[in-house]
Design a binder for this molecule. Structure first.
Ligand SMILES: [Zn+2]
Ligand SMILES: [Zn+2]
Length: 88
């Protein structure tokens, strides 16, 4: 019996992973059928990552303007206080 493997992402999206076909495919076997092996991925899919304007509340947290502002403020703060930053 063939077996299809699917990636199942944190965002509940699915993606085809791979297909293991058996020697009987086309003779006595009719493919993977409805039984797919699920490979859980502890991350959101690439499609969701490249969609910054997704209409959900989490998407707003990843606002690129807010992030840039935060990085700028942090760099100025550490610059005045840091100095060498070497280890003893
Ligand atoms: Zn098969
Ligand atoms: Zn997704």
């Amino acid at each position: 019996m063939c077996l299809q493997h699917d990636f199942v992402f944190k965002c509940s999206h699915r993606a085809f992973a791979r297909f293991d076909n058996c020697p009987n495919l086309g003779r006595t076997c009719y493919g993977a059928g409805g039984t797919h092996n699920e490979l859980y991925v502890p991350d959101i899919c690439a499609d969701c990552k490249t969609r910054p304007f997704d209409p959900n509340p989490l998407g707003r947290l990843n606002d690129p303007y807010l992030k840039r502002k935060a990085i700028g403020g942090g760099a100025a703060g550490s610059g005045s206080g840091g100095g060498g930053g070497g280890k003893n």
